[in-house]
Design a protein around this ligand. Structure first.
Ligand code: SF4
Ligand code: SF4
Length: 110
């Protein structure tokens, strides 16, 4: 029977099964990545977010959850303008963080 809606598939992630090797490498290079509290200020200030799915908040969460392809796909829209760095309440140098992500997860992919 068609109810006109469907139940979303579960987005549960078993973090025990996620390979966090690259994220640990990112943490060594950018210790501030653990300061992120997912407030979303960076995403709301991001000019790329207005015309694409770019959200630095989502990128960081995706990397923590081992969803590297999702993160890299979003980062392709980043213009490295640095606006996110100016609004981050945790003082994270987000632009530098993005460049480190490019280095670790493959500059040719981002
Ligand atoms: S540097 Fe990238 S993520 Fe940050 S505000 Fe600019 S386009 Fe958005
Ligand atoms: S503004 Fe800073 S603390 Fe907030 S989600 Fe972005 S990176 Fe994380």
């Amino acid at each position: 029977m068609d109810f006109g809606f469907k139940i979303s598939p579960s987005s549960t992630i078993n973090l025990d099964l996620v390979d966090t090797g690259k994220f640990e490498e990112l943490h060594r290079l950018e210790p501030d990545v653990y300061k992120c509290m997912a407030c979303g200020s960076c995403s709301s200030a991001c000019p790329a977010g207005n015309f694409s799915g770019m959200s630095l908040r989502k990128v960081i969460l995706a990397l923590q959850r081992g969803k590297e392809k999702d993160a890299v796909s979003m980062l392709k829209n980043c213009m490295l303008c640095g606006k996110c760095s100016m609004v981050c309440p945790r003082g994270i140098n987000t632009r530098h963080l993005i460049l480190s992500v490019c280095r670790i997860y493959g500059e040719d992919q981002v």
